[in-house]
Design a protein around this ligand. Sequence first.
Ligand code: NAP
Length: 335
Amino acid sequence: MFPAQPGALRVWSNRLIMERLIIIGSGPAGLTAAVYAARANLAPLLFAGYQYGGQLMLTTEVENYPGFPNGIMGPELMEQFRAQAERFGAKIENVDVTAVDFAQRPFRVWTDDIEYAADTVIVATGASARWLGIPGEERLRGQGVSSCATCDGAFFREKHIVVIGGGDSAMEEALFLTRFGSKVTVIHRRESLRASKIMADRALAHPKIAFIWNSTVEEVKGEYGVKSLVLKNLRSGESSELPADAMFVAIGHDPNTEIFRDYLELDAQGYIVSTDGVHTSIPGIFVAGDVYDIRYKQAITAAGMGCKASMDAERYLEELDSERSAGSLSAAARA
Ligand code: NAP
């Protein structure tokens, strides 16, 4: 679809669109960057992806985003972010970026059928749900195996639902799934939860939630839906089979950095390396949100990073403009 050689002439598409600022990603980081850049009259182009809105589209109630004392549903919060960015003139396209070339300037960004050139780019592609990688998991995805309780929980009314993981995501999923399931079992590989105290206490006290500790799931069984899970107790090494109707995996996330691998410095886990959480190894390419942030991973911190990236991108463009006009002035003086 796109040339393998960075810097090579692109001939597969005859459309090249020039932009000042492209933002890749539509979670809190990307959309906040878009609000700031649009208010600075930069008319940013934001690629939101076919599944726009980031991880909050897959979550339930957000209780810790300031300004919403009664909480707000994740998807509704993202709609508001988006409306705010569009109000100030951000152009938002619900398409995926398929490739980039940050070796040439202006930088190049490709969607399925269009090539874009941009003076500066903010990478805010976030992170995606991690899977266990066990037999049966992929085959039964969408048929009882899921990573999104808000999307799929309602299919399992009065059923036995299993949640994998011991962090905030797993507790959130488990608590939400109690609305549907007759019983929710959390399976965690250790004996204590990683989740914040408030979430852990809520889940531990919930009458519908049971815990299986020190255990992993080795296989998902079932032909057209989940029937049972093969468990391994990590202490005793013993295997057992747990009848279940659904398995929700909530074991963390991996950064979405595959298309940047040839251009940006990444750490061992694939996160974009930045000394200050804004600048990358390439001047003019900025980063924001979970694609960089392995530590905090909150909507509010992602939004803060989006703001910083946008303000620094604006400054970068100002410097670029003065360099360009100084260059054309000296060319005019030479003529
Ligand atoms: P997380 O905190 O990294 O927790 C991942 C959990 O999955 C851990 O308990 C981990 O076990 C387990 N795990 C990882 N790989 C596994 C594997 N291969 N097999 C079995 N278990 C595995 O991820 P998260 O829960 O998605 O949370 C990410 C961040 O978002 C955190 O900062 C969290 O506070 C935040 N968050 C906040 C809220 C909220 O405030 N409402 C909601 C969701 C997320 P170990 O504990 O043994 O490592």
